[in-house]
Design a protein around this ligand. Structure first.
Ligand code: NAD
Ligand code: UDP
Length: 307
């Protein structure tokens, strides 16, 4: 697993170890941390490897989950050239590894491939509306190019590929400072700071709890050979950022007020997954409603921040 010490990767490690797999967890610790997998270090079936996916890797594996890539706008815009390299060179290196070993390989793609969409909700057949030269492009176009590489390696070298497009996912082990909206709002509410609403707060996102998403990963990895995706994985429950802020304030308590800040460039106005394909091909749909998932996430951050 690449990016295995990150938010999603560490949960996927937990789940795969429970199912009896052996894992090589690869990470360069850019946004991930050893703390996320500290509890696994003594497990003989778990091996942690410091490595950057932009460099080739020679190991023997029979499945690859390719998750390495900073996911929050603050982190992926910190070093945009490295972000594109991670997606594109990382995909080339991992596809090369899959080609040599014959491993099945799953790509963690993103709803960002749809950009600021004119089709709502977004089905997999929608080609997207992405700015190729803006501040989000390093991530969006890097991920789009990685999808292209996956499908070309499949057509050209007959690789056993799987591609999932992940919509906003949240839960314990999110980085407290990575600037994503759920962690920002919870950390701000717990610290008694103002809640930062970008723009008028009417833009929407659909939030999936991490446990549901991991289930979707596992189901996708075990679909029949010849089914490649892409498949949307996300929770169709759609909320405005104002609704999210109000819910977080209600669940945390405290006296945080709303602070309106400028909307970042190219911020998508709406986003909701069409999960018809995931339901039919993976037998998957999310179970955790936002309020329950937020309670778990708040409890995690409360402990982390001692708040
Ligand atoms: P994260 O930042 O917690 O995890 C990414 C991991 O990749 C980190 O551990 C980081 O250190 C590692 N990494 C970054 N660059 C690397 C490199 N060059 N070499 C090796 N490791 C590297 O983010 P996450 O939310 O866990 O996201 C995991 C994957 O899922 C990413 O590919 C992301 O694009 C995708 N995704 C996540 C979401 C979401 O809402 N969480 C949505 C869409 C897509
Ligand atoms: N957002 C916000 N306040 C914050 C952080 C984010 O209003 O403190 C908004 C952001 O502008 C976007 C939405 O929340 O419209 C989701 O942002 P995030 O960075 O979590 O994910 P993405 O934009 O990549 O979906």
């Amino acid at each position: 697993m690449t990016g295995g010490a990150g938010f999603l990767g560490s949960h996927l490690c937990d789940r795969l170890l429970k199912e009896g797999h052996d894992i090589i967890c690869l990470d360069n610790f850019f946004t991930g941390t050893r703390n996320n997998v500290l509890h696994l270090q003594q497990n003989p079936h778990f091996e942690l490897l410091r490595h950057d996916v932009t460099f080739p890797l020679y190991v023997e594996v029979d499945q690859i989950y390719n998750l390495a890539c900073p996911a929050s706008p603050v982190h992926y815009q910190h070093d945009p050239v490295q972000t594109t390299k991670t997606s594109v060179h990382g995909a080339i290196n991992m596809l090369g590894l899959a080609k040599r070993t014959g491993a099945r390989i799953l790509q963690a793609s993103t709803s960002e491939v749809y950009g600021d969409p004119e089709v709502h909700p977004q089905p997999e057949s929608y080609w997207g509306r992405v700015n190729p030269i803006g501040p989000r492009s390093c991530y969006d176009e890097g991920k789009r190019c990685a999808e292209t590489l996956f499908f070309d390696y499949q057509r050209q070298h007959n690789l056993d590929i799987k591609v999932v497009r992940i919509f906003n996912t949240y839960g314990p082990r999110m980085h407290p400072n990575d600037g994503r909206v759920v962690s920002n709002f919870i950390v701000q509410a717990l610290s008694g700071e103002d809640i930062t609403i970008y723009g008028d707060g009417q833009q929407t996102r659909s939030f999936c709890y991490v446990d549901d998403l991991i289930e979707g990963f596992i189901n996708m990895m075990s679909t029949e050979t010849g089914f490649f995706g892409p498949v949307n994985l996300g929770n169709p429950g759609e909320f405005t950022m104002l609704e999210l802020a109000e819910l977080v304030i209600k669940l945390v308590g405290g006296r945080s007020k709303l602070l309106y800040l400028p909307l970042p460039q190219d911020d998508p106005k709406q986003r909701q997954p069409d999960i018809t394909l995931a339901k039919s091909k993976l037998g998957w749909q999310p179970k955790v409603v936002l309020e329950d998932g937020l309670k778990e996430t708040i409890a995690y951050f409360r402990k982390l921040l001692n708040a």
